[in-house]
Design a protein around this ligand. Structure first.
Ligand SMILES: CC[C@H](C(=O)O)C(=O)SCCNC(=O)CCNC(=O)[C@H](O)C(C)(C)COP(=O)(O)OP(=O)(O)OC[C@H]1O[C@@H](n2cnc3c(N)ncnc32)[C@H](O)[C@@H]1OP(=O)(O)O
Ligand code: CO
Length: 146
């Protein structure tokens, strides 16, 4: 398993629409998605689309959200994770475990905001960076994950 394309950088924020306005007004990054809630993941998301990747702005939905805990420590928000595409998410998960990394949650890939399966690798394994691995959408057959 090796990393593919950088898909997005996750940025935690208390308000996704206010954060999207900053990227538009300060940096001219005006192309964005509608605000969308993912209650089962505990997040509200806006994607700001750039030529080579996206910025995933993430706001907590509820106190059980991983973003809620992050904002308790970093109230103004901050860079939260990097997400890389992989050719096969199940093989990538197995490789992470084989290589001694901690795959978060149940370890089973689940459907993320792009409609393809994802896993997360604990930040302690990557020098303090939370890493999301995402099934390459172009190669997704629809049978992995939940
Ligand atoms: C809509 C889905 C979307 C997508 O792209 O499809 C998303 O990306 S949603 C993103 C939100 N979801 C997740 O983050 C899921 C995975 N995250 C987790 O399981 C937890 O947040 C976890 C395990 C990273 C942290 O949870 P924990 O309860 O252990 O929190 P602590 O505050 O106790 O942290 C322990 C330890 O880790 C450091 N930490 C926490 N978050 C991060 C981070 N984002 N980046 C780097 N480091 C992080 C924290 O500072 C603690 O360090 P320590 O040295 O032990 O004090
Ligand atoms: Co993400």
């Amino acid at each position: 398993m090796k990393l593919g394309r950088l898909n997005h950088v996750g940025v935690a924020t208390p308000d996704v629409d206010a954060a999207a306005a900053v990227y538009a007004e300060l940096y001219g990054a005006t192309e964005r998605t509608e605000t969308k809630d993912f209650p089962h993941l505990g997040v509200r998301v806006v994607f700001v689309t750039l030529p080579n990747m996206q910025i995933e702005l993430i706001e907590p939905l509820g106190e059980a959200s991983p973003i809620h805990k992050y904002l308790e420590k970093n109230p103004k928000g901050g860079q939260h994770h990097m997400c890389f595409e992989v050719e096969d998410i199940v093989k990538a998960r197995d490789a992470m475990i084989e290589r001694g990394a901690t795959v978060l949650g149940t370890g089973e890939p689940y459907i993320g905001a792009h409609g393809v399966p994802v896993i997360f690798v604990h930040p302690k394994d990557t020098g303090g960076v939370l890493v999301e691995l995402m099934q390459d959408p172009a190669l997704y057959q629809g049978e992995a994950g939940q």
